[in-house]
Design a protein around this ligand. Structure first.
Ligand SMILES: [Zn+2]
Ligand SMILES: [Zn+2]
Length: 131
């Protein structure tokens, strides 16, 4: 499916900048920050502003097009892969690598009856480049 159709399915008007931003995220799979997206796209889109990127990420987030990853306590990072998966963050270079599970994520036991809507799985250590 093309990105414009995907955005329309989420009730988002597929403007040029929105398409480019989501295309960047889906192609790079690098869980970028607003700064990373802006820094890469502004070279080819000189009229792009950081505010546009920021507002687009808020819109994507509220529409379920991206997920927020809070593994990095200093900056917000976003993921266009909204399937259930975990993340590994390299302590040295900050790279975030996807972790996939063979089956559903194990459900934790709780002392009371909870409706769990989301589980975030994080691991930290050194990536293959930094080991
Ligand atoms: Zn690393
Ligand atoms: Zn991910």
């Amino acid at each position: 499916m093309d990105i414009a159709t995907y955005l329309k399915e989420h009730n988002i008007k597929p403007s040029y900048s929105r398409i480019r931003i989501l295309d960047y995220m889906m192609t790079h799979k690098n869980h970028p920050t607003v700064d990373m997206i802006y820094g890469n796209l502004v070279k080819e889109m000189p009229t792009l502003s950081k505010t546009t990127v920021y507002n687009t990420m808020e819109l994507f987030l509220n529409s379920g097009v991206v997920k927020l990853i809070s593994i990095d306590e200093k900056e917000k990072r976003y993921d266009a892969d909204i399937s259930t998966h975990g993340h590994f963050r390299c302590d040295n270079c900050g790279r975030i690598v996807d972790l996939y599970f063979d089956g559903p994520l194990p459900m934790p036991k709780a002392h009371e009856d909870l409706e769990i809507r989301e589980i975030q799985y994080y691991a930290k250590g050194l990536c293959k480049h930094c080991k």
